[in-house]
Structures are given as C-alpha cells and as structure tokens.
Design a binder for this molecule. Structure first.
Ligand code: COA
Length: 180
C-alpha cells in the first residue's frame, strides 16, 4: 500500500529515475513545466546527496509564504507517493488561486511516473491529498485538466469533482475536500 509522504531525501534514486522516465515520455516537458524548472534549478547537482537535500529543502520551503518565488507563483505544498521506498508520483496543492490559477491551473497538480500508471495511483493520491487540502482551509478545491486528458478527468470525477465549465482546452472542476 503506497504512502503519501512529504518530500524526503531517502527516495533520491527512484525520484531521479522517475524524472528520466518522464523525460523519455516527453509529454510533460515543456519549458514551463515543473520538471523543466526543477531541472534548470537543481539538475546539475541533484544526483549528489547534498544537491538532492537542497532540492527537497526547496520543496518544503515552497509551502511557506515568504520563500523566494517568481511573482506569478503562490505558496505550494507537495507530497510524494512512495511504496516500499520507491517514488511513484507527486501531487501538490497551491494555497491560493491567482488569476491564472483560477482560470486554468487550479489548486492541485499531480503526476504519476510513466512506469506506474494505470494502477489507480493517481486516484488514490488525490483521495489521500484531500484532507491536507482541507487542512489548508480550501473547500472546495479547483482542479483543472485538458479536455483530452481522459485519465485526469476520471481521477477528478472519482474524487467527486463537479464540472463548472470548460475554458479553452481546460475543464474546470470543484472538488469537495471534506467528507470522502
Ligand atoms: C493523469 C495521470 C496522473 C493518471 O495517473 P494514473 O495513476 O495512471 O491514474 P489511475 O490509474 O488512477 O487511473 C484513473 C482512471 O483513468 C484511466 N486511465 C489511466 N490512464 C489512461 C489513459 N492513458 N487513457 C485512458 N484512460 C486512462 C484508468 O483506467 C482509470 O479509469 P477508471 O477509474 O475507469 O478505472 C497520469 O497519466 C500522468 O501522470 N499523466 C501526465 C501528467 C498529467 O496529465 N497530470 C494531470 C494534469 S491535469
């Protein structure tokens, strides 16, 4: 049974293997993607213990209001899905919605590593995240996905997502964070 944990240095090797998988998979890697930004910032040193610790510290700090971040970004908490010490995926919750997040990005973002997909991990990960989102004072949470992203649609709908509308390519759902 996988656990949702706060980012931790002990899964460095499998996290980095998962990044390689995502790079091969390719679909998530555009210049603005989270992985692309992490690679730009930490890719030269996160294979070392100290470099990866720095990266993990950055993820923890990113949940605090005063951490340095681009003006367009908001505080964000991240959790990793881990089973038997192996990294499977990540999910994060933005603490507030700015204009762009309200329109397109939503509160929550997630990815399951390509080799672990279609085993129910994203569905379980979102369900496991909701109490944390609730504890951040968010209810309901906005989740968005591309209209063509069937898997993500199913994940959001399985969590009780109620479709508000479709804006451009994005479906926008409100997911209650209490009571599942
Ligand atoms: C979207 C994503 C997180 C789904 O992860 P996952 O662990 O494979 O999802 P699950 O196993 O929980 O599957 C959820 C549902 O989607 C279906 N599904 C999964 N992958 C699918 C695919 N490629 N095509 C069609 N359906 C798919 C599953 O069969 C399941 O359906 P069910 O509820 O009817 O049984 C994963 O594909 C991913 O990381 N994609 C790239 C990043 C991304 O798109 N993130 C979301 C941004 S909004």
């Amino acid at each position: 049974m996988p656990d949702l944990i706060e980012p931790h240095v002990r899964v460095r090797e499998s996290f980095l293997t998962a990044v390689e998988e995502s790079l091969v998979d390719g679909r998530m890697i555009n210049e603005d993607s989270m992985i692309a930004r992490w690679i730009r910032q930490y890719g030269d040193r996160w294979h070392t213990e100290a470099g990866f610790a720095e990266f993990v510290d950055h993820l923890h700090a990113d949940a605090t209001p005063d951490a340095p971040r681009p003006a367009t970004h908001v505080p964000q908490s991240t959790w990793w899905l881990v089973e038997g010490g192996v990294y499977l995926g990540r999910i994060s919750c933005r603490h507030v919605l700015n204009d762009w997040l309200l329109e397109y990005g939503g509160h929550v973002g997630y990815e399951v590593r390509p080799s672990a997909r279609r085993r129910g991990h994203a569905t379980a990960m979102l369900r496991g995240l909701l109490p944390h989102v609730h504890a951040l004072g968010i209810d309901p949470a906005l989740l968005t996905c591309d209209d063509t992203n069937i898997a993500s649609r199913k994940v959001i709908e399985a969590a009780g997502g109620v479709l508000e509308d479709v804006r451009g390519v994005k479906r926008r759902y409100w997911v209650p964070t209490s009571g599942m």
